[in-house]
Design a protein around this ligand. Sequence first.
Ligand code: KG4
Ligand code: ZN
Length: 357
Amino acid sequence: MEAVVPAEAVITDLESDRDFITLGIETSCDDTAIALLRGGNEALYDLTSSQTEAHSPFGGVLPELASRKHQEAIIPLIRGALSGARLSPRDVSLIAVTAGPGLMGSLLVGVMTAKALSQGWDVPLIGVNHLEGHIFANILAHPDLKPPFLCLVVSGGHTEMVSASGGRDYALLGSTRDDAAGEAYDKAAKLLGLGYPGGPAIERCAAGGDAGAFAFPVGMKGTKDVEFSFSGVKTSLRTLLERMRANGDEIPAPDICASFQRAVTEALLSKVKLAVRKTGVRKIALSGGVAANTALRGCLTEMGKANGWEVFLPPQRYCTDNALMIAAAGYAAYAAGERSDLSLTPDPDWSAWREKI
Ligand code: KG4
Ligand code: ZN
């Protein structure tokens, strides 16, 4: 009979292996990212080729253009990361690649490249869930973060409250009914003519603005479920701008951005409070691109202090898409005994969570 090794024991063993190098590959949306990770959480090299400029004229990501750009960037980036870290393909112990969720064409570039390299270099392969990767951005930065904890995953495609109960077991507490929080920022920035991606643009414009100037609706505030909605705040912004433009009023962009940011932040934080009340878990992590938002980070930190919660924030550079988080999640999956093979195919809708608890 085969010996069953508990996952924790395997992880501990691998973490002490200074020679274990994971190559992380992330191409789920519009950033081509490559990273090299030593052991479970030592970042060796981290490269990202951003497509922001290419997509900017369209006010959002153009899937066909994204795939082409990944195709151009991926091999030079892998070469660049290896030579930057003074490593060769022979030093790579594992290839971890985002296999979903994301844009099919974009995912395919990463997965096909990873499979070819795995074959050519004779290195094991692991397909990683992008959202689990975002959670690992926190674990990378805070090795002391252990389950049980709650994680608010807020990105361009997702707004989900997840309960991490142990090992790599995640359950969904609730999600958005319409737009994701990052999507709301992107759409608001488009309405205001501030460019793409919208989150950083709104945040920059909000600096110095009065967050109390406009009373935008706070989605799902006061409902008894952990659920989010951002279509109301977006519609309210559109209506306000139409009215002001029709009247020939000057648009007070900083006040509008600050008020919009406050409504989105309040919608997110009111449900953090509810999730803590429902689960009794008082450790909260934030992840995904919107976790880079300074107002959200500041308010969650304050809320944590006021309520005696432990709050974990990934450093700004780990919030948006990157390959270190994919390498770290891939490493943990590998350490727990998971493997992928050449049958690995991208799943644009892959959920990392068990359905609602
Ligand atoms: O995680 P991410 O890089 O890509 C996805 O997986 O979606 O998240 C990108 C999203 C975009 O919608 C972007 O507008 C938003 O994160 N974002 C921000 C900030 N930085 C990025 N939203 C608010 N404030 C920011 N500082
Ligand atoms: Zn992401």
